[in-house]
Design a protein around this ligand. Structure first.
Ligand code: SF4
Ligand code: SF4
Length: 293
């Protein structure tokens, strides 16, 4: 896309706000028949890191090593965060008070704070509700990373294939041909495995039918040995993800979830930092403690 096209159609690439701009023609036009979303069951997650490793392999991520990691140059699109209860104290484990694991990646916010600060419109919204990153438009200002409340954007400080020899032959043969290897000076992050969703959408369109759950799995979802990750089209009421969101009474365009907390109906669904109103597309299901049952 040319710069003149970008400037002429600026408002289209600045996604309208899902709540404040309801009624705005761009927002009315937006909801296509697909809105990709995810849910992650923290009660099932064992913190094994299989999802993170699968993401590295699927999305051509370089392993940067300890030293660069310690300099804040990590490249993991999905990371496993660990939290301990304050009462247990760090490192003090007991059967029901161990670490909580939380897989964290781009939350594909509907009102993404990263999108509004990019000076060249390199990050913007797709019609299927994803926060995209256009690598060959990115100028490396890193404003998006500064403005992301989840800190899930990663900057290429090096030309990993050439300068760093990140995939010495024959390892370069394992690179996924369905997407690029990013170059120095470019920002990147989880795409909800765009190369897979794009293929699923196109296949469904060719066959003249809506996208179904069986059409697509993200790499992290596919690798999870305990099935903690569910992914699909939130606009399809038959999808697993839509059923989970609905059963947990979590709604995309609400910043405070208005839940029915009747006794015996304890709901576990929540979105991280939703009070900041980025309207994330990832719902987490709280871990259930044995002591709380
Ligand atoms: S999580 Fe961060 S990078 Fe992802 S859409 Fe939200 S603000 Fe942007
Ligand atoms: S959805 Fe795809 S890109 Fe995002 S964390 Fe999972 S494997 Fe990585």
């Amino acid at each position: 896309m040319s710069v003149s096209n970008l400037l002429e159609n600026w408002s289209k690439f600045r996604h309208t706000h899902p709540v404040d701009d309801k009624g705005h023609p761009d927002w009315e036009a937006y909801p296509s028949d697909i809105k990709w979303a995810m849910s992650i069951d923290l009660d099932a997650c064992t913190g094994c890191n299989a999802c993170s490793v699968a993401c590295y392999a699927e999305n051509n991520l370089p392993v940067v090593g300890k030293e660069k990691y310690s300099h804040g140059q990590a490249m993991h699109w999905m990371r496993i965060e660990r939290y301990w209860d304050e009462t247990a104290g760090v490192g003090e484990f007991s059967a029901d008070q161990g670490a909580r694991f939380l897989p964290m990646m781009c939350q594909q916010c509907e009102a993404a704070p990263c999108e509004t600060v990019c000076p060249v419109g390199a990050t913007n919204h797709t019609e299927d509700g994803l926060n995209s990153q256009i690598y060959n438009r990115c100028i490396g200002s890193r404003y998006c990373s500064a403005n992301c409340p989840y800190k899930v954007r990663y900057f290429n400080w090096y030309n990993y294939p050439e300068q760093e020899n990140a995939w010495p032959s024959p390892l370069n043969q394992q690179l996924n041909p369905d997407l690029t290897v990013r170059t120095k000076g470019v920002m990147e992050k989880c795409t909800f495995c765009k190369q897979r969703t794009y293929t699923a959408r196109n296949n469904a369109k060719t066959e003249g039918r809506p996208v179904q759950d069986s059409d697509v799995q993200t790499a992290c979802q596919e690798a999870c040995p305990v099935g903690a990750i569910t992914f699909g089209n939130l606009f399809n009421p038959e999808s697993q993800v839509a059923k989970q969101w609905q059963s947990q009474q979590v709604e995309l365009t609400k910043e405070v979830q208005d839940k029915d907390e009747k006794e015996g109906n304890r709901l576990r669904g929540y979105r991280i930092l939703e009070e900041l109103r980025p309207y994330p597309s990832v719902m987490y299901l709280e871990r259930v403690r044995e002591s709380a049952v």
